[in-house]
Design a protein around this ligand. Structure first.
Ligand SMILES: CC(C)(COP(=O)(O)OP(=O)(O)OC[C@H]1O[C@@H](n2cnc3c(N)ncnc32)[C@H](O)[C@@H]1OP(=O)(O)O)[C@@H](O)C(=O)NCCC(=O)NCCSC(=O)CCC(=O)c1ccccc1C(=O)O
Length: 277
């Protein structure tokens, strides 16, 4: 898996996340609010490092993942950091060849033997939506918005982002989410079984804390084994995820994918018609 000593050297100073530990709970906050907490290569490396640290620390029994500011949890890959020739290359993190170790991040969220709560404080879009999907539990502010956007911007997560999503919301709904790229309210997501609890935005922090405290009162071994059991049923998606990220690396090198990215950055309507041949 991941050598956390090497990772620690690489992220010796956290720039893109905040990380705090308090009475058994570790809170990881994606801290790029100016970009609506979009992630770049460094962000993913820092997230992996923090999850690994929480894994190694026996005093930690629950992990909370959230976003800084009031607008966003995370809106996926930072389109402004994406190069013309294949992914989010910023000198490292070549997992899957897309310049982001996103597969490793999904794996560590799933495999850390402690419950992970996504505390969704705003937009959870694209790769940011996938992050809450792979967390064990999701508590959302009533102002939060959820959705996938890949096919609008020339991207996709055809691993846990699609196959595991379908297990949660059902095949039809998962296809709708990806094919139409619409946004859904927190209450709509609760109805789909995609969100566990919705609270007023001003109560999100407190509600998340209360769930963390309830989890901390439970047997850590029982929770560890239950999480392993829940994971076992969807473990085959890891192989699909490898294929998906490998194909994404090749897709990012195409004019079709670039059209999606450029249209978003230039704030103009996208034109994929020329690729329907
Ligand atoms: C999130 C929005 C719906 C918010 O809309 P709105 O409220 O109108 O605000 P904006 O004015 O659009 O945005 C404010 C400000 O933030 C910048 N910004 C927003 N999103 C991004 C981003 N992803 N990267 C960089 N910057 C972003 C925006 O440009 C504005 O800045 P200004 O300087 O003021 O112009 C809306 O913003 C939106 O739809 N954003 C795009 C979200 C997106 O496309 N995310 C990536 C999707 S890719 C995907 O879904 C599948 C792929 C995937 O999951 C994945 C898998 C493996 C690796 C990476 C990814 C990945 O996510 O890329």
């Amino acid at each position: 898996m991941i050598n956390n000593l090497a990772a620690k050297q690489e992220v010796s100073e956290l720039q893109d996340i905040l990380y705090e530990k308090n009475e058994g709970a570790a809170t990881i906050t994606i801290n790029r609010p100016k970009s609506l907490n979009a992630f770049r290569g460094r962000t993913i490396r820092e997230l992996i490092w923090a999850f690994r640290d929480a894994w190694d620390d026996n005093r930690i029994g629950v992990v909370i993942l959230t976003g800084a500011g009031e607008r966003a949890f995370c809106v996926g890959g930072d389109q402004k950091e994406k190069g013309d020739e294949g992914g989010y290359d910023d000198n490292g993190g070549l997992g899957g060849g897309i310049g982001l170790e996103i597969e490793n991040l999904h794996q560590i969220i799933r495999n850390i033997p402690k419950p992970v709560i996504a505390s969704v404080n705003g937009y959870a879009i694209g790769g940011g939506h996938v992050l809450h999907v792979v967390c064990d539990l999701t508590i959302a502010a009533d102002t939060a918005k959820f959705g996938q956007s890949g096919p609008k911007v020339g991207s996709y997560d055809a691993g846990f982002g699609s196959a595991y999503l379908a297990r949660i919301v059902g095949e039809k709904k998962a296809r709708e989410i990806w094919y139409l790229c619409e946004q859904y309210t927190a209450h709509e997501c609760k109805e789909m079984g995609l969100v566990n609890k919705v609270v007023p935005a001003s109560e999100l922090r407190q509600a998340t804390q209360e769930w963390a405290e309830k989890i901390l009162q439970k047997s850590p071994t029982a929770l560890r084994m239950l999480k392993a059991s829940f994971n076992a049923d969807s473990a085959n998606i890891q192989g699909i995820s490898q294929l998906a990220m490998g194909s994404l690396a090749m897709f990012y090198n195409t004019p079709e994918s670039n059209e999606g990215k450029e249209a978003f950055l230039e704030k103009r309507p996208v034109d994929f018609n020329k690729f329907r041949v």
